[in-house]
Ligand binder design. Structure first.
Ligand SMILES: C[S@@+](CC[C@H](N)C(=O)[O-])C[C@H]1O[C@@H](n2cnc3c(N)ncnc32)[C@H](O)[C@@H]1O
Length: 257
């Protein structure tokens, strides 16, 4: 009897091998199954461009991000920065971690007709202390990566970037005379996000983009509040992205929600 059952199961092996080999078939099956298990969540179909983009996947692999949760936000940064091709100014990132998003920014800068320098601000000791405005998800020192690793990961661009080690906003003064075309803020907490948008808003060129990786996440209520509070009196409002994060374009008036 037991033998019979095993023999019956064996007939499914070629089907399973077929599904594993045929990635499109596997994708369709997963979307169908997922829709049955969690019908109120809208899974995306048909395939997204990033899935089969070899360069993009190579980039994710370089930072061990092929299996992570950040793919869509990485894709958005790579796409959005293209909008700033003709915008004057340098680029900046607040919160670098291992350097994955700075790598994409630097790669874009190497292709730019406008010469650009990239400025990176990080404690290299992880997050500062969360305040009462932040979610309880974070603790001081989370996401700490040493300066050495970031230097190594971004070594191919070392003639066009500066690392400013320190707590935000302590070293912003050093770039106070510059203009920026693209600013990426990814520090997860209220206070450094508030300091970053306050400093960079006035220095962003018209058409420049301010992108915040943390916007809209329930783990980053403080960062989201800091941005909404700041933009309340400004013509630009944040555009929230479907997979988290948000951005605005300087001097592009945006309707409120
Ligand atoms: C989510 S990680 C950044 C991820 C990164 N953008 C990427 O592409 O993977 C947050 C970073 O913010 C830095 N950070 C957080 N709070 C900070 C503060 N108050 N001052 C300076 N750096 C801070 C941490 O050290 C960490 O590297």
């Amino acid at each position: 009897m037991k033998k019979m059952k095993i023999v019956n199961l064996l007939k499914y092996i070629p089907i399973l091998i077929g599904i594993k080999r045929d990635r499109d078939l596997a994708f369709n099956l997963v979307v169908k199954l997922a829709g049955r298990i969690l019908p109120e969540y809208r899974f995306t179909w048909p395939h997204l461009a990033w899935w089969k983009d070899a360069n993009f996947n190579e980039y994710l692999h370089r930072f061990d991000e092929d299996a992570g949760f950040n793919t869509h936000r990485r894709w958005v940064l790579n796409q959005l920065i293209r909008l700033t091709a003709n915008v004057q100014g340098d680029t900046a990132e607040c919160g670098v971690y291992k350097g994955c998003s700075s790598y994409a920014i630097l790669k874009s800068n190497t292709r730019s007709a406008i010469p650009r320098w990239h400025h990176i601000f990080d404690s290299f000791e992880g997050l500062s202390s969360p305040s009462s405005k932040d979610s309880e998800y974070w603790a001081r020192g989370d996401l700490s990566v040493g300066e050495g690793m970031v230097k190594q990961n971004l070594a191919e661009f070392d003639d066009r970037l500066t690392l400013y080690k320190g707590w935000i906003p302590n070293r912003f003064d050093e770039v106070s005379k510059l203009r920026f075309s693209f600013v990426h803020v990814d520090v997860d907490l209220y206070q450094p996000t508030s300091d970053s948008i306050t400093f960079f808003y006035d220095r962003l060129s018209d058409g420049g983009i301010f992108l915040c990786d943390d916007y809209g996440f329930d783990t980053c209520t403080g960062a989201t509040a800091a941005i909404d509070e700041f933009l309340q009196s400004k013509p630009e409002k944040m555009l929230a992205l479907p997979d988290g994060g948000g951005f605005f374009i300087k001097s592009c008036t945006t309707a409120g929600k």
